[in-house]
Design a protein around this ligand. Structure first.
Ligand code: AKG
Ligand code: FE2
Length: 337
């Protein structure tokens, strides 16, 4: 896999300063990055940002289905030690939560899940003791298998944003674009057929207990701009599919592996991934557990009215999970802060 394969969108010093100053002011006005009032203030704050920031955050515009925004510079010492678990992050790196929320809001609407990381709109991805072999962001020893983020749910993000706080060991995120694959038309046709469901991943304990019948979903969808995909083999009961579908799925996995790139994020980099075009994962690594581990902040963004998904998704139950959106999130929602 090539090591520096993603299109880089540079952010000049003035644009970077604009984002961090705006974020610092929002944080000073609302005291916490998790404040609902801060979320509600994001659109107005974004409206005041310059064209050069806006230009850097134009939609993903290549078949790579991703880009790296480069030019932000977190102060490693000021961040403090990498927490050992998302639940102990507290306010660490809160300025970067707000920067990421601003970047997200320029591209769409940030979303959160009540059932994940306490309903926070910015998740912290850190290796955690006891979780080394899971298929979640908290793992380390295992390859995090390429997946569509929140593939089990019709309300999943259109864009996934990963902002790097720290990555001393240059641990790569992997990314594979369906638009770079060369599948036979017969395989595409097979995989456009809803054969098996995608089940909630281990980050959603409540959804995993949902009693409703899972709906079979297609892995591929044809759009005027090209194919999109919904893919999470680790949570797909492949044995329930017929042989033809399974074989086509295996060839899809092989093609995605063939075109996969490894993106090692530097502190301050924001990787923007189109969740309809690209599956992402992470290479295995040995966690340090000494306060200097890799640390990413993650946001999920909806971009409404994109013709990238089959309309049948609207009838799915989503295993009882509902995405909360930043502008309409209100204290009535049971977000714990
Ligand atoms: O650690 C990474 O690079 C990616 C982890 C992941 O899949 C995620 O945060 O959604
Ligand atoms: Fe992921």
């Amino acid at each position: 896999m090539p090591t520096c394969p993603a299109p880089v969108r540079p952010l000049d010093d003035a644009a970077a300063a604009e984002l961090t100053t705006t974020a610092a002011k929002l944080l000073a006005d609302h005291s916490r990055a998790t404040s609902l009032e801060l979320l509600a203030a994001l659109p107005e704050a974004c409206a005041r940002l310059s064209d050069s920031v806006r230009h850097a955050l134009r939609p993903v515009d290549t078949p790579d289905g991703l880009f790296v925004l480069r030019g932000l510079h977190p102060d490693d010492a000021a961040l403090g030690p990498t927490p050992g678990h998302w639940s102990s992050v507290g306010d660490a790196g809160a300025l970067w939560d707000v920067v990421l929320l601003l970047v997200s809001s320029l591209m769409g609407t940030p979303i959160a899940w009540e059932g994940q990381q306490d309903g926070r709109f910015v998740h912290n991805i850190v290796p955690s003791p006891g979780h080394e072999s899971e298929q979640t962001g908290a793992s380390s020893d295992v390859l995090l298998t390429p997946h569509t983020e929140d593939a089990f749910h019709p309300g999943r993000a259109h864009l996934l944003l990963l902002c790097c706080m720290r990555n001393h060991d240059h641990i790569a995120t992997t990314a594979a674009s369906i638009r770079r694959t060369a599948l036979a038309p017969a395989d595409v046709e097979q995989l456009e057929r809803p054969a098996v469901p995608i089940l909630p991943d281990d980050a959603y304990e409540e959804a995993q207990r949902y009693a409703g019948r899972p709906a079979p979903v297609p892995a591929l969808f044809d759009t005027p701009e090209g194919l999109t995909l919904r893919f999470d083999p680790a949570y797909t009961p492949l044995a329930e599919a017929d042989a033809e579908w399974r074989e086509a799925y295996r060839r899809l996995e092989d093609e995605l592996a063939r075109v996969s790139v490894a993106v090692s994020l530097e502190p301050g980099d924001v990787l923007v991934v189109d969740n309809d075009i690209v599956v992402h994962g992470r290479v295995p690594f040995t966690a340090r557990y000494d306060g200097t581990d890799r640390w990413l902040k993650r946001a999920s963004v909806r971009v409404e009215d994109r013709p990238t998904r089959p309309s049948a998704e609207r009838d799915e139950h989503g295993y009882g999970q509902t995405a909360l959106t930043a502008w309409t999130a209100s204290p009535a929602c049971s977000i714990r802060r």
